[in-house]
Write a protein that binds this ligand. Structure first.
Ligand SMILES: Cc1cc2nc3c(=O)[nH]c(=O)nc-3n(C[C@H](O)[C@H](O)[C@H](O)COP(=O)(O)O)c2cc1C
Length: 186
């Protein structure tokens, strides 16, 4: 499979490990990974994994400040093969659903949707209120794939990574068009 250019966005929902494992899996698979982390994404990343944005930046092609609306991902003319928000907070989901593109995650997602590129949102909140559900409907109608950070158990995971990687596997498949590694049957 030829390498794709993928923008990974980490926001301030719980589950920063999803963003970390997504970066690692895409890089391992030979894709060109670009990164944006929101202010609260950076805080949850440190709190939940002990990693800093700088640590994660070592692995990727480029990391952009979330407030830089002149960075390449802020334009639809920048070549991009797919965008993931992992994990995706309800605030960022709301911003994407309403088209309020006032930070780089929201603007990049807005551009990816208008350019009809794959957009995968690993949303995380529980329970959901009607606003969350309606925002998920809105982004789905706009072309995004809403993928709750809700792991399966049929592959009998033994570790947290085993749980997370099954979700990430599906996200990568949507982003890059590759085959799933975790699949039922042959
Ligand atoms: C430890 C921690 C866990 C959080 N978990 C969630 C969560 O699972 N889902 C969510 O929507 N917001 C969660 N939040 C709240 C978001 O961080 C907050 O709404 C923030 O404004 C999101 O901004 P961002 O989307 O720009 O990162 C959490 C906050 C903290 C500090």
């Amino acid at each position: 499979m030829s390498g794709k250019r993928v923008l990974v966005c980490i926001t301030g929902a719980s589950g920063a490990i999803y963003g970390v494992r997504l970066v690692e899996r895409l890089v391992d698979d030979g894709h060109e990974v670009h990164l944006v982390v929101t202010e609260w994404g950076a805080k949850t990343l440190e709190h939940e994994t002990g990693l800093s944005v700088d640590d994660l930046s070592q692995q990727v092609a480029e990391t952009y400040p979330v407030d830089d609306l002149a960075a390449p991902p802020a334009s639809g003319s920048w070549r991009l093969d797919g965008l993931a928000v992992a994990p995706c907070s309800m605030k960022t989901l709301a911003g994407i659903a309403s088209g309020i593109a006032d930070n780089l995650v929201l603007r990049a997602a807005d551009c990816a949707l208008k350019e009809r590129r794959p957009v995968v949102l690993l949303v995380r909140e529980s329970p959901l209120n009607l606003v969350h559900i309606r925002n998920m409907e809105a982004v789905t109608l706009a072309g995004a794939v809403v993928m709750p950070a809700s792991p399966p158990f049929w592959h009998r995971p033994q570790t947290i990574e085993g749980l997370v990687d099954a979700v990430i596997d599906r996200a990568v498949s949507h982003l890059t068009g590759g085959e799933c590694r975790f699949h039922w049957g042959t």
